[in-house]
Design a protein around this ligand. Sequence first.
Ligand code: ADP
Length: 489
Amino acid sequence: MLNLMWINGEFVESASTQRFEVINPATEEVITTVPRGNGEDVERAVAAANAAYLHWRKIGSLERKEMLHEVARKIRTRGEELAQLITSEGGKPVIENRDEVEWVASCFEYYAELGRDQIGRVVAPVFEHQMSLVVKEPFGVVAAIVPWNYPILLMAWKVAPALAAGNTVVLKPSELTPLCNLFFAEIFDHLPRGVVNIVCGFGKECGEPMVTSPGTHLVAFTGSVDTGRHLAVLAAQQLKKIHLELGGNDPFIVCDDIDVDTAVRAAAWTAFLNNGQVCTSAERFYVLEPIAKKFIEGMAEFSKSLRLGNPMGPDVDLGPLVSEAQRQKVEARIAQGVQQGAKIITGGKRPAQFDCGYFFEPTVLTQVDEGMEIMRSETFGPIAPIQVVKNIEEAIARANNSEYGLGASILTNYLEKAMLAAENIKAGTFWINDPLTDNDAAPFGGMRLSGHGRELGIEGLDDFREAKHILIDYKLERKSYWFPYRWEK
Ligand code: ADP
């Protein structure tokens, strides 16, 4: 198991000489320890990335493409090992992590090809014998800070386009899931040294220096709104560009023209996948009155049937939450909601059958309203709060009544209702009848408090490069508009 940082192609301890523990959330056992990185380590990594940039930005597109395809090939070869590692430190069922591994390989392949396509355009010249080229060039060194819920996917969404655009990278995983990112030292080891560097540690000690270092030129961050806001302020002091993929509080509308059994399965998956620890988890359900009773009963019954257990096992729907702190946050949110009048239909507590692990029952709540934290902010837990609404207009108005704008979903067979909602709800992604599905070739990101910048698609590549206008005049001659004025040929 790789439990060292990777700087300039070498496995290293931290200058702090300290290490911290990585815990398995299903067993609460210590898996291993990893270096507790600090600003000195970051500076070494940043120096290596800057040195590597001089060569990497100029490398030919075919050679770079081949190296990125090799990343994808190595990921697939070691996919099972990687999937199990993600499960051991993050608690997500291994069956889901196999998908995550595949998506990561696919993301590298997509950007391997996109990176050798156009890097700009030629625009109409203002004067004769001139050409105006618009060339998109890399920023330099990208500081990529990633979270624990989809630890390698959200890494890939940053690192693959950053490299394809010609940048080099300093990557920091979450302190909860460093191992599956450190594993990538062996996936990236055919790249020139220093092109990717992986440091690990805590946010303040190791993440902040990546943002404040004058040697990084762009920050790509996925995490909480509070941290994102803090980092945006730090980046602004150097006028450094920052991409923020922050939390969501995604609404999910269930119309009354649908098959309730199908709707229940879609809703339960969108609320409880990875225990609701998905930034685009459905966090607020708006169900039309005529089917509300049947839908709520269906949700309660189906939620009870979900199988909690060892996330390494084959017949498991839900593993543990990532940490005890996360479980306590979920419990506090539910308690607060109940105190304000919410009703627990099912779940709401720790399951009795486990003597260790941060497990929590999938929970369905009704009698909720927008005054409650569970409806207003992101919980990141297995909770489905359901509010009954009279019609589609009310559903859209309530769905839009949020500070966030990451994703939103609707289930309906009527195009008119679907498009009315899609047009009027502020969200970076809007899903009609297939919630949570992403596409490498289409952008993902947030509006409002959910952040700015886009990952995936051509937009996700363009966010890692900046435009330069190169004006060429192929005839060097004295111009009529130079000094002295009113000179004529
Ligand atoms: P979450 O609550 O999902 O863990 P965080 O925003 O706390 O979200 O963490 C997401 C990532 O940001 C992690 O890699 C974490 O170490 C990092 N991080 C947290 N605080 C800071 C900070 N002050 N500066 C830089 N990185 C940070």
